[in-house]
Design a protein around this ligand. Structure first.
Ligand code: BYC
Length: 318
């Protein structure tokens, strides 16, 4: 039992009500009774999602000081700030489940909670800013649009705004790459090289294959997740192929081919050993990302203390 249980109402009744709410496709709200496993799963996923947004500011933020024009700098700055906002909505959603945001951040920097594998790859050229917008935000949209129908109200509602902003991010990435593709041979080569590096990691964002995904079945029963990892990965491949053709780039996968029978693209297998290495902390940029996050958290102590003192004084005087 983790939520208030009205006198005279048995746990079995509450569980029945929870099951009916899920079956009716209605929303579970923070005040409602929920099984401990449901709460735990949501805190895990929402916290991981929040951490991803915040850590995800780093790869692109790396290029803020070297944007090729004032216009590109303003666009990039706005995008990176949007990601901070997404992190904040999501930490707030996690707080409605009883989690504490400082505690979640400490778990992240101590390596006890994960964040998306994708942010452990370095950004080597400005084309990476475009590729992240196009493919990484594109994959995020594929994954997150169904989460707008997630059974937990605060998470689903946060996703609506996040998805609107991610759609804009995706378009700005595509527009940046399209501009480069209309440029010089060197710029076109830079785009293709960037797409070659990000394609497989983007496919890995959807998580392990369904037969190796321990959480999917239960999360789908609870309607936290609406599709399996492989279903969404397929949707992303199908969505990206026409865009790649329009852009004039290719994906580094010899097995990519239209399958008339399935009405979908066949594609190769990502390197799941690499994925395991990355999510266990051994990717190219894991140490740097966490060191930066730790430094920001430590540098921010005085800000948090000042805000708390201000809030306490306001409470005293009101
Ligand atoms: N990276 O049973 P599974 C963004 C873990 S940020 C790392 O399939 P689940 C953006 C998984 O946590 C968008 N770990 O799990 C920001 C589990 O480990 P634990 C980020 C991964 O939860 C800035 C284990 O592997 N999006 O858009 O059912 C700039 C087994 O997996 C990954 C989200 O966070 C991974 N890729 O499904 C630009 C979306 N995949 O926790 C863009 C919300 C799996 O048991 N999250 N793991 O130790 C989800 O939809 C689901 O959590 C996942 C995984 C589909 C990712």
């Amino acid at each position: 039992m983790t939520t208030s249980q009205p006198a005279g109402v048995s746990e079995a009744d509450l569980e029945h009500l929870f099951d009916r709410t899920i079956a009716d496709d209605a929303r579970i709200e923070p005040r409602d009774w929920m099984p401990d496993g449901y709460r735990k799963t949501l805190i895990r996923q929402v916290a991981q999602h929040a951490h991803s947004e915040i850590i995800g500011m780093q790869p692109e933020g790396n290029w803020l000081t070297r944007a090729p024009s004032l216009r590109r700098k303003a666009i990039l700055m706005a995008k990176v700030q949007d990601e901070a906002g997404h992190g904040l909505y999501l930490y707030s959603a996690a707080e409605t489940l009883g989690a504490d945001r400082v505690d979640l951040t400490v778990k992240l920097i101590e390596g006890k909670q994960k964040y998306s594998s994708i942010f452990n790859y370095p950004t080597l050229t400005y084309a990476d800013v475009g590729t992240i917008g196009w493919l990484v935000d594109g994959a995020a949209i594929c994954n997150q649009v169904p989460l707008c129908r997630s059974s937990f109200g605060p998470y689903a509602r946060a996703m609506i705004r996040v998805c609107k902003e991610e759609s804009f991010h995706q378009r700005q990435g595509y527009e940046l790459l399209a501009t480069m593709m209309r440029g010089t041979d060197e710029q076109r080569a830079m785009v293709q090289e960037s797409v070659n590096r990000w394609w497989w990691p983007a496919l890995m964002m959807f998580g392990p294959p369904d037969d190796k995904s321990p959480n999917t079945e239960q999360s789908m029963q609870w309607k936290i997740k609406r599709h399996t990892n492989d279903e969404l990965r397929q949707r992303f491949v199908d969505m990206s192929m026409p865009q790649a053709k329009a852009l004039g780039v290719t994906f580094p996968d010899p097995d990519l081919a239209w399958n008339e029978e399935r009405g979908s693209y066949d594609f190769g297998e990502p390197d799941w050993n690499e994925f395991t290495e990355v999510i266990t902390g051994n990717g190219a940029a894991n140490a740097e990302r966490i060191a930066n996050r730790r430094a920001a958290h430590e540098d921010g102590v005085w800000v948090r203390e000042a805000a708390m003192a201000f809030a306490a004084r306001n409470e005293e005087t009101n």
